[in-house]
Each structure stands twice: as structure tokens, then as C-alpha cells.
Design a protein around this ligand. Structure first.
Ligand SMILES: Cc1cc2nc3c(=O)[nH]c(=O)nc-3n(C[C@H](O)[C@H](O)[C@H](O)COP(=O)(O)OP(=O)(O)OC[C@H]3O[C@@H](n4cnc5c(N)ncnc54)[C@H](O)[C@@H]3O)c2cc1C
Length: 491
């Protein structure tokens, strides 16, 4: 943006939030122009950063941005792994972190009303005081926000049903405030905001996955689940990918699990290993071999030991049909795995400590995953894409994370593709892989939860679908100030 406009913007923003919460200094802005995968893609630079402390300040900021036509990008913690919080055309980074209050934990409706700066960890911690918990990200860093995740369209990996948001409050691009769900009727945000589909269409859904392009989400009412006396994670080993998938499918059908997900041996070893062992290839190989080929984690929640015993028997009987065996580990490994299953941020980082990696995703019914896995292997073979573990072993398939995201209808299939950011050849190969993988996965039938992919996939979409996506944007944001080019190539 031209300097005159930046200076004018700064002056006006300082009037709204106070000078200490706005900056046009590069060193203050750079940290908010990054996300977890910035090493792989080109970076962008904003012109200003602002940290409002109230919904009213956000309203005023958006009115100002409309007046002076300044692009604005909402940013929570930048933990996303999809390049979707970046200032693609410059402008203003709008940090939502100062709005970090849990406004209510409602014990009757089992919900939390939270602001967008509330992290997963904070909600876990506070909800547990009332014997409730949100369904955590499968392996995600809990230092990110639930709202940031919601705007990406992700969350609750392995949580059986992804509809965790009941209603939300949004500041629309013109500065107006609105609520969705049953809170869509004025006054009901206090009387009864707990009905997810209040008046016909599900308007919460349009902000789910919108990447800040339709407005700034300022409150979310989110489901919580009772914490019972016994919360146990049962680990089950399998010999083959297909057996593991069938095991997950039957566990979901059994209907007694809070969360289920699976990893392969190499992913499990990466999570469980401590720092000493990763420098010793021989020891590391022994360590890798101590895991079953595939591992499922099934979280159960029981009132008492009687229920726990019955549940465990049922689970054992179910998985044994596919050769699954209950397994446990010892010492630090068990601790690390349990920490991750419990939602620890530090352990999540372990599985990105090899080379930086990009998670590639697919959303498919379980029976289609082996085909996609083979297709991925074929692309890697064509590109001579080498993936190795700490034992220096070349692996044929990328490390995986398998989660039933919508019961058995759709599974999230995550594959970790590593690259060396400081090596231009490695980066080039990686980007080639990405381009080919996403197109082939789409042609194979995979959905993508993240609206960031619409940029690539628009030519494959139904025209009517894109007409609605673009139409909403046009109606809500005619000046295109909200996160330009984040979701689509042109707007
Ligand atoms: C190692 C690792 C593992 C992960 N595992 C998982 C997983 O298992 N499941 C899963 O779902 N995710 C996973 N993630 C993704 C990540 O954890 C979540 O996406 C995270 O919660 C994002 O939160 P954030 O606050 O950092 O959002 P940001 O990165 O700041 O923002 C994400 C998007 O939301 C928009 N946004 C943020 N706040 C607002 C707002 N108030 N209003 C409007 N738009 C807004 C941004 O513009 C951006 O488009 C993982 C990430 C990593 C690094």
C-alpha cells in the first residue's frame, strides 16, 4: 500500500485501539505474517498490525478499512498448516488474541462460549474444572485457537462428528454484528443461543471454512463433553493398513468411543521417541520395530469399572476380527503417546521435528483410502521422492494419520511429506508433489476440508457452488477488504 495510506491508517487505528496496540514497524509485523508452513511457500508482508481488545473496536476497524479500502487479515496464532492466514495483498493484520476470555461454561447445555483468542489448552484446562472437555484436535498443537481451526474448517480429528460449533457471533465486513443458529433472533444470544439450526439454513456453516473472508468471528459457542470417572485410551496394534481401517470402521460402528484414530509404525515412533534415540540410527531402528505396523487409539469414557470392563471386552472382540491386539508400551514412550492423545502441544511438535513437513490431506470413505495410498506411492516413485526415518530407512509410503471425521462417511487421511526448506531442489520437488497430489486426489474423489484449496480446485467445481461462494462474498464484502485472495485467486 502507498505510504500515505499506511500513515493515515495508522493514525485512525491508533484512535480506535490506542497507540500501544497498533504498529507499522516491520519488526512488529513480521511475526504475524507467518504460519506453520511458511518455509514451503512464498511469504507475504503486511503494512500494519493491530490488536483490538473488544468487539466494538473490531467493528470500528472494519468500518475504517472499508472507508479507506484497506485489506484486513484476521490472525489468531498462525498455527494453521495450510497457508491461510497470510497477507496476500498486504494491508492490515488483525490479531484476535486479546479477545481471550471464556465467557461461559454452561453445565446444563454442555457448551462453552469463547472468544477467538482462547486456545485449545485454555479451554481444556477450564472446562475440566467443571468435569467437561472439548473434543481435542487429534494431534494438533493446542496452542492454536478453536476459532482459527473453525475458520479453516478443521478440528476434532477422530471425533466421530465434526459439528462442534453451535452458533457464532461475527462482525461482518461492514462492521455490523450478527449471530447465527438460534441466536440469529435478536436477544436470543442471551435467552437461548444453544440450538444449532435455528431458522432454516445453517448460517454458522458459511463461516466454517471461510478463512476470514466473510467477516471476523468474535464469539463461538462450542460443544463440550462430560468427563467421566474413567477416561481411557486403548491402544490396538494391526499388521496391515486394510486391517487397521476395518478396525477403525467397526469401532465407529460399535458406537462407544469418544475419539478413534490410527497411525502407522513410523508416525508412532516419531511421536514416542525422545531426543537421544533419534541420533542413533541402529537404536532407532530397534525402536521403530517395537511398534506394531499400525496402531489405533480408541478413547473411551466410562462411569465405572463395570462399564470399562464391558467396553474393553467389546472393543477387543471387535478388533480381533481384523487381527487387532490390545497393546501397551512402557516408560517414556507410553508417557509421550499418552501426552499426545491427551492433547499436549509439545508432543505434537515432535512429529514435525524431522525435516519440516507438509501434511497432505484427503477426505474419503475408508474403502477408498488404500487406492489413494497407492496413488501417493506412485507419485513419489515417479518423482523419485525420498522419505527416510531416523533409522535412515527409506519408507515407501509417507507417515500417516487416519481419522474418521464424520462417523464412517468420511475419513481424514493425513500423509506427512518432508522437505528441506534450505535446499531449492528439495523444495521444488516438494511443490511439484503438492500440485500433482492435490489434483490426482481430487480426481480420485477426495474432498478437501480447507477452503484454501478452492484456489486450485475452482475449475473442477460446479458453477452453481462457486456462484454461491462468490455471491456471499460479494453481498457481504463488496469492497473486498476481508482477506483478499486467501480463498480464491482473484477475490
Ligand atoms: C503439528 C500440527 C498438527 C495439527 N493437527 C491438527 C489436527 O489434528 N486437526 C486439526 O483440525 N488441525 C490440526 N492442526 C491445525 C491447527 O492446529 C489448527 O488449524 C489451529 O487450531 C489453528 O488455530 P490458529 O489460532 O493458529 O489459527 P490461524 O492460523 O491464526 O488462522 C487460521 C485461519 O482462520 C482465520 N481466522 C483466525 N481467527 C479468525 C477469526 N476470529 N475470524 C475469522 N477468521 C479467523 C485466519 O484468517 C486463517 O484463515 C495441526 C497443526 C500442526 C502444526
Amino acid at each position: 500500500m502507498e505510504e500515505k495510506k499506511i500513515k493515515e491508517g495508522y493514525k485512525q487505528l491508533a484512535k480506535i485501539v490506542g497507540e500501544q496496540y497498533v504498529s507499522m514497524d516491520k519488526e512488529d509485523i513480521v511475526p504475524y505474517c507467518r504460519d506453520e508452513v511458511s518455509q514451503a511457500y512464498r511469504t507475504y508482508m503486511a503494512d500494519l498490525v493491530v490488536a483490538p481488545g473488544t468487539v466494538e473496536e473490531i467493528q470500528e476497524i472494519l468500518r475504517l478499512c472499508n472507508k479507506i479500502k484497506m485489506p484486513v487479515y484476521p490472525y489468531a496464532f498462525g498455527v494453521n498448516i495450510s497457508s491461510t492466514a497470510l497477507p496476500r495483498v498486504g494491508g492490515l493484520m488483525l490479531l484476535v488474541r486479546r479477545l481471550d476470555k471464556i465467557l461461559e461454561i454452561n453445565e446444563e447445555t454442555h457448551t462453552a462460549t469463547i472468544e477467538p483468542g482462547v486456545t485449545w489448552s485454555k479451554l481444556f484446562f477450564e472446562a475440566r474444572k467443571k468435569n467437561l472437555e472439548p473434543l481435542g484436535l487429534g494431534g494438533g498443537p493446542h496452542s492454536g485457537s478453536l476459532v482459527g481451526n473453525f475458520c479453516l474448517g478443521g478440528g476434532n480429528t477422530g471425533g466421530i462428528d465434526i459439528n462442534e460449533e453451535v452458533a457464532c457471533q461475527v462482525v461482518l465486513p461492514n462492521g455490523e454484528v450478527m449471530w447465527t443458529g438460534s441466536a440469529g433472533m435478536k436477544g436470543h444470544e442471551k435467552l437461548n443461543p444453544w440450538c444449532r439450526v435455528g431458522y432454516g439454513m445453517n448460517l454458522t456453516g458459511i463461516f466454517h471454512g471461510a478463512l476470514g473472508t466473510y467477516g471476523v468471528v468474535t464469539k463461538v459457542i462450542r460443544r463440550l463433553y462430560p468427563l467421566r470417572n474413567i477416561e481411557e485410551r486403548i491402544q490396538i496394534g494391526f499388521d496391515t493398513f486394510e486391517d487397521c481401517l476395518n478396525g477403525i470402521k467397526d469401532l465407529v460402528d460399535l458406537g462407544i468411543s469418544k475419539q478413534v484414530y490410527g497411525v502407522d509404525r513410523y508416525q508412532a515412533a516419531m511421536i514416542g521417541a525422545d531426543s537421544e534415540i533419534i541420533h542413533d540410527p541402529v537404536e532407532y531402528e530397534k525402536y521403530e520395530n517395537s511398534f506394531p505396523e499400525f496402531l489405533i487409539v480408541d478413547k473411551i469414557s466410562c462411569y465405572n469399572e463395570k462399564q470399562q470392563t464391558v467396553y474393553k471386552e467389546l472393543i477387543e472382540e471387535t478388533v480381533s476380527k481384523h487381527g487387532g491386539k490390545l497393546v501397551s508400551f512402557t516408560g517414556k514412550t507410553q508417557e509421550a503417546l499418552m501426552e499426545l492423545w491427551n492433547g499436549s502441544s509439545s508432543v505434537a511438535i515432535r512429529y514435525i521435528r524431522h525435516n519440516p513437513h507438509m501434511m497432505t490431506f484427503a477426505m474419503l470413505p475408508p474403502s477408498m483410502l488404500p487406492g489413494l495410498r497407492e496413488q501417493t506411492r506412485k507419485i513419489m516413485e515417479d518423482l523419485d521422492y525420498e522419505l527416510t526415518t531416523f533409522s535412515n530407512k527409506r519408507i515407501e509410503y509417507p507417515r500417516v494419520w487416519i481419522s474418521p471425521w464424520e462417523r464412517n462417511e468420511s475419513y481424514l487421511y493425513e500423509q506427512e511429506i518432508e522437505f528441506v526448506p534450505e535446499d531449492p531442489e528439495s523444495l521444488k520437488k516438494f511443490l511439484k508433489f503438492q500440485d500433482r497430489y492435490y489434483m490426482e486426489a481430487a480426481k480420485y474423489g477426495s474432498a478437501q476440508i480447507n477452503a484454501g484449496f478452492l484456489k486450485r480446485l475452482e475449475p473442477l467445481m460446479w458453477p452453481g457452488y462457486m456462484k454461491i461462494v462468490r455471491g456471499i462474498k460479494q453481498v457481504l464484502d463488496p469492497n473486498n477488504i476481508m482477506a483478499p485472495k486467501q480463498m480464491l485467486k482473484d477475490i
